[in-house]
Ligand binder design. Structure first.
Ligand code: WT7
Length: 642
């Protein structure tokens, strides 16, 4: 047996439990990525047939395949094997929006039956392998079940976050030519009931590809019904058989499409395939969260985002974990809800976003103490850079300084967590995502497009070698995939993010490089300046953009949201703050106090709108239909017009 293989075998289950094991895994995966991932894939999953070839790739053509020829079904690995070995273990625990209502628990045996019923229902509707199915559902068990049911029969799921507008939904349905939509009549969101069916109805006016809509009658709205098209899902499920043989899939057969916003208006349908995605999400879930048998794991994301796909559904279930799924919002019935749920379910791993942490820190500091959070072992964050203040609050108030924080950097495109510390093995460092996962060849690029040689450096973050869960293409537009990710630095995948690296190789993500503003020749990241502004007592949120300036090239323009009504802040006091936090090179030329910032559904500020308005352009702002709060744009224009 070659040395490396012996080494890999010694790492029982590929579970990283010490610094030494992390280093060994990093070395093994660096020296021989194919052996590393194939050993893990072979040992961890059921395959109908072994693969012909572990890896084939050409980054210049953006072509990647892992385990091609291997036959597998991801749901067999998520469900059947645990339904056999531990049928009564809890798979999904569902908590409804209203804490007074009763939740639902699905054991592995029950979840398998539910998925099979849904899978058979899809088949009855004529859905077969390779067909695209759009899921437009709230965070109810049917969403997770429908995701898995598609995978069971080889249909490609395209989950659209149930908060997108009719126009955005239609664009996504048409882009993937989905033949079927599964939705609910409505959704509960805090104290509100949202009418989803009418959004679907409006969207479908411009979608010819859809033949049927399966409707979960959930909130009890009296929905408009299109005879011949709309079908009540529940009776079909009741009558369907709970046995459904899993479709035999090639490792490179598509598993799902998930849309992400690009720098242009048209969303990008990132296509993920089966075997590599399965391998990488399972591996990262187990190691980043250090999940142990019997633990309860909770990720607060929505399944409409990649975080929910990989770390509510697939990653946890592949590991036989108990995954908590929450329908509601952190503020309902009050800002203590998350902490109440952690106590109620004795949550061990808790994974959320910096924006939620900041909101909770502002609102519920005193509420935290009402709950017993002693079950927590690992805290996670994802989605944007976490500022020091929020990190410290999370660490002290929630983790009581005894839970490692995993600041996990990754993207819709990467499928799984790329950079993170490993609890118990490698340290958490505030504002640093820290170390690339084994097998992730991170590089920083300098302004000339060359990899930076120094360990301590700043640059554009690229990945120099394929990893199993990377997206394979943009659905229907491979050229755009090449142009967006593989052209800026030939031979590398370009993430679009900037990062700093310290002398120990720890990465700190500084933000999207498209958000960098060059002022007087200085590269200024928006994130650190905004962090500084946000430290102002009266400021809740801010966004800065560059506006053209005769002398400096760009000037900084800030849009700030004050925490109270009628609060006033001055340009000079904010500049003093920035100067002390970032340095005197960063100074605002203009500051607007606004009621809110234009945000995407995932909470990202849409800077291109602010950039235009900041420059005095009030029309042709591009597609604003995907904004969470399109109304805010008008009020910002009023302020700037002043
Ligand atoms: C972008 C990807 C991956 C799940 C959610 C977002 C930013 C993500 C971090 C982090 C700093 C982060 C990056 C990335 N981002 N995680 N831990 N620290 N920035 O997925 O919507 O595809 O966004 O989110 O800018 O490129 P996404």
């Amino acid at each position: 047996m070659p040395l490396q293989e012996i080494l890999l075998h010694k790492m029982a289950n590929f579970r990283l439990s010490s610094k030494k094991e992390v280093v060994q895994a990093q070395e093994a995966a660096m020296q021989n990525p194919e052996m590393f991932w194939s050993s893990y894939a072979k040992e961890s999953f059921h395959w109908f047939t072994p693969w012909d070839r572990v890896l084939d790739y050409d980054f210049h053509k953006a072509k990647v395949s892992w385990f091609e020829g291997g036959k597998v079904n991801i749901t067999v690995n998520c469900l059947d094997r645990y339904a056999q070995t531990k049928p009564n273990a809890r798979a999904i625990v569902w908590e409804p929006n209203n804490p007074e209502d009763e939740g639902i628990v699905y054991t592995y045996a029950e979840l398998l039956c539910a998925v099979n019923k849904m899978a058979n229902t899809l088949k009855q509707q004529g859905v077969s392998k390779g067909d695209r199915v759009c899921l437009y559902l709230p965070m109810i068990p049917e969403l997770a079940i429908a995701v898995l049911a598609c995978a069971r029969i080889g249909a490609i799921h395209s989950v659209v976050f149930a908060g997108f507008s009719a126009q955005a939904l239609a664009a996504r349905i048409n882009d993937a030519s989905c033949s079927l939509v599964i939705c609910s009549d409505g959704a509960n969101r805090g104290s509100k009931v949202l009418d989803l069916k009418s959004i679907v109805d409006e969207a479908l006016q411009s979608c010819d590809c859809v033949s049927h809509v399966l409707v979960v009658k959930y909130v009890g709205l009296d929905s408009h019904w299109v005879e011949g098209r709309d079908i009540d899902l529940k009776p079909l499920l009741t009558n369907a058989s709970d046995v459904c043989e899993a479709e035999v899939m090639d490792a490179e057969d598509p598993l799902f499409i998930l849309y992400t916003s690009g720098s242009t208006g048209k969303p990008k349908g990132m296509l993920h395939t089966t075997g590599g995605y399965m391998t990488y999400t399972a591996y990262t879930f187990q190691n980043v969260f250090q999940y142990e048998e019997g633990d309860v794991y909770w990720c607060t994301a929505d399944i409409g985002w990649i975080t929910g796909h990989s770390y509510i559904v697939y990653g946890p279930l592949l590991n036989g974990a108990t995954t908590l799924m929450f329908e509601g919002v952190p503020s309902y019935p009050d800002y203590g809800r998350f902490w109440a749920m952690i106590e109620k379910y004795q949550v061990n791993q808790f994974y959320t976003a910096p924006t939620a942490i900041r909101a909770l820190a502002k609102a519920s500091d005193s509420l935290v103490d009402d709950y017993d959070l002693s079950s927590l072992k690992v805290l996670g964050t994802v989605g944007e850079p976490i500022n020091e203040e929020a990190w410290q609050w999370y660490n002290k108030r929630i983790g009581k300084e005894k839970c490692p924080i995993v600041d996990t950097w990754w993207q819709t495109e990467t499928g799984g967590i790329m950079i993170s510390s490993i609890p118990g093995s490698t340290p958490s460092i505030p504002t640093f995502a820290t170390q690339p996962m084994p097998g992730i060849q991170a590089q920083l690029m300098d302004d000339k497009g060359q990899p930076v040689q120094n360990k301590e450096a700043s640059g554009k973050l690229c990945i120099g070698f394929p990893w199993p869960s990377m997206a394979r293409t943009i659905y229907g537009d491979h050229q755009r995939y090449i142009d967006t990710y593989f052209s800026a630095y030939p031979g590398y995948y370009f993430t679009g993010d900037g990062a700093d690296r310290d002398d120990e190789g720890n990465y700190r993500i500084t933000g999207r490089v498209d958000d960098v503003i060059i002022v007087s020749g200085h590269n200024l990241g928006t994130a650190p300046i905004e962090d500084a502004i946000n430290e102002h007592d009266l400021i809740a949120e801010s966004a800065i953009v560059g506006i053209p300036h005769d002398v400096k090239g760009n000037a900084l323009c800030a849009f700030v949201v004050c925490s109270g009504d009628g609060e006033q802040v001055t340009l000079s006091e904010v500049n003093a703050l920035i100067s002390s936090k970032v340095g005197p090179i960063a100074k605002l030329d203009v500051l607007y106090m606004v009621k809110g910032l234009p945000k995407t559904r995932s909470g990202k500020i849409m800077r291109r709108i602010l950039r235009k308005v900041g420059q005095g352009q009030f029309t042709n702002l591009g597609d604003i239909s995907t904004l969470l709060n399109p109304d805010v744009v008008d009020s910002i224009i009023q302020t700037v017009r002043g």
